[in-house]
Write a protein that binds this ligand. Structure first.
Ligand SMILES: [Zn+2]
Length: 141
């Protein structure tokens, strides 16, 4: 017989639609994981420092600059200097890594939502075992 009241039917149809949209999104979120291209964990930024030599330009405020990958390892932040010629390559591998992480985070959220929608839909469809004694409801007159 299905869901009877119009408002419930509308609600159920909205839930059905969001379930379809969420599963479409899951499919899209899988894409970055299907690739086998290398990734580098961390984030890229410009690191400025003083070397400590008294006569150096950095002592006058002109700091040494290098591009680094920063990543935490066993609770500590490690910096790795990116060799001059490798910046573009390293940056794209780091971007690829960050895309994976974002997709993973979103997958966790989407899965929670999917389960919630499924539970709501199930609750709307749930019925009790019919009572053996027939009762006439006032609606039926
Ligand atoms: Zn210096």
């Amino acid at each position: 017989m299905g869901i009877q009241y119009k408002a419930d039917k509308r609600k159920f149809s909205r839930l059905r639609q969001s379930l379809v949209h969420l599963t479409d999104e899951v499919r899209q979120l899988l894409d970055p994981f299907l690739s086998d291209r290398p990734v580098i964990r961390g984030s890229v930024y410009e690191f400025k420092r003083k070397c400590g030599k008294p006569g150096c330009k950095c002592a006058r405020g002109e700091l040494h600059r290098s591009m680094v990958v920063s990543a935490s390892e066993k609770g500590k932040t490690k910096l790795r200097v990116i060799p001059r010629g490798s910046l573009v390559e390293v940056e794209s591998k780091v971007r690829r890594y960050q895309k994976l992480r974002r997709a993973r985070t979103r997958l966790v959220e989407v899965h929670k939502k999917i389960l919630q929608v499924m539970d709501d839909m199930e609750a709307m469809r749930r019925e009790e075992v019919p009572s053996p004694i027939k009762k006439r409801s006032p609606r039926e007159g």
